[in-house]
Design a binder for this molecule. Sequence first.
Ligand code: CAA
Length: 400
Amino acid sequence: MDFSLTAEHKQIQEAAYKFGQTTILEGLRERDREATSDRKVLEKMGESGFLGVQIPEAYGGMGADYVSLGIVCEELERADTSARVALSVHNGLHSMTIMQWGTEQQKKRWLPDLATGKRIGAFGLTEPNAGSDAANLKTTARKDGDHYVINGQKAWISLSDYADQFLVITKLVDAEKSGDGGKPSFAAFIVDRTTPGFSSRPIHGKLGVRAGNTGEIFFQDMRVPAGSMLGDEGDGFKVAMSALDHGRYTVASGAVGIITACLDACTKYANERTVGGEPIGKKQLVQQMIASMVQGREVGRLLYYQVGWMKNTGQRHTRECSMAKWVNCAAAFDAANKAVEIHGAYGFCDEFPVERYFRNSRGAMIYEGTHEIHTLMQAEYELGYRSDKPLKRVLPTWPE
Ligand code: CAA
């Protein structure tokens, strides 16, 4: 086992840290206050190569390994969650799922533009009445000649206004190949937003990730070519679940960035703020909170590095990824809560960043599998009720 970061990892880490502390933080407080996202940040992420970190060079990406993607997520979320969410959706849920499930023709068609950010990708699984119970989705796809006609709607879609294309999970109607034992059959499509019948509407009033774009997307008699299907008829749910293996990895690694940001803010504040003639960092109760954050950061890194390594080496990692997402997101929220506590009244206003970390970290315990879903998954694995079988299509290993 080798836990050391390579020279390339360190280089990417430094570049992502600098990008976060300059491009992302510039004007962020105002964007967060006014709840407006800035598409230029996304464009600059594309120019810097971050939108194609893990995409092989053959498809125009940076060709770095999956650990590098985690490192970029950690460093960008150290600045703000909204930037990491863009990576989760574009790199994780969208591009990596094409890398896993796409035919060679599909990879050549989509990955080069996604790698540079010329086109932005997003993900549509959740619906107003299908969140944790993802299989209860109601969006339908009906075969019509060499096209499918899609009807329905998706909710809580990150980058809904900016994405050029969406990975949309549908339930097949009149499918030639119905699901086993009468179970519904699903299909996944890459859908272009310029397709007639597509529309979107932003969601306002979010608790956190206010500098990020979230909304709903609608499909009315939207005709998509059969060649836009990822996998085969009946693979849709597996495509969705494997997309989550990638998205959850980016959320887990990003959560470590929040903890690091809490430590950045708290170590500075605890050394400067004095009570009774000494810095509050000398108080044991403050030290206890700092130590707990350090524990979250160190455990969190090991968990996501392990998942990155499993991705690199082509191992199934649904269980480990769920664990990393479950543990790290809870640790990030706990760290942010403690960071507010350490800052006292200053932690309650946006003069200091910790109130933003507190609001932002709460969301990650809901999206990409709630805290409760991951709790249940971990119990089910241990009890023998759930197991990870070999996959029909696997993510390319690194190096390929
Ligand atoms: N990769 C490939 N296939 C997989 C898989 C994976 N990771 N996980 C499961 N599968 C396959 C299984 O092998 C199974 O196949 P068979 O039928 O051939 O055996 C099939 O998919 C069904 O799997 P499960 O039996 O595990 O399905 P389930 O119904 O028990 O799943 C659940 C229940 C785990 C709770 C699942 O519904 C789930 O994860 N829910 C949470 C959904 C979620 O995370 N949503 C987040 C939305 S995206 C988002 O939030 C992003 C954003 O924009 C912010």
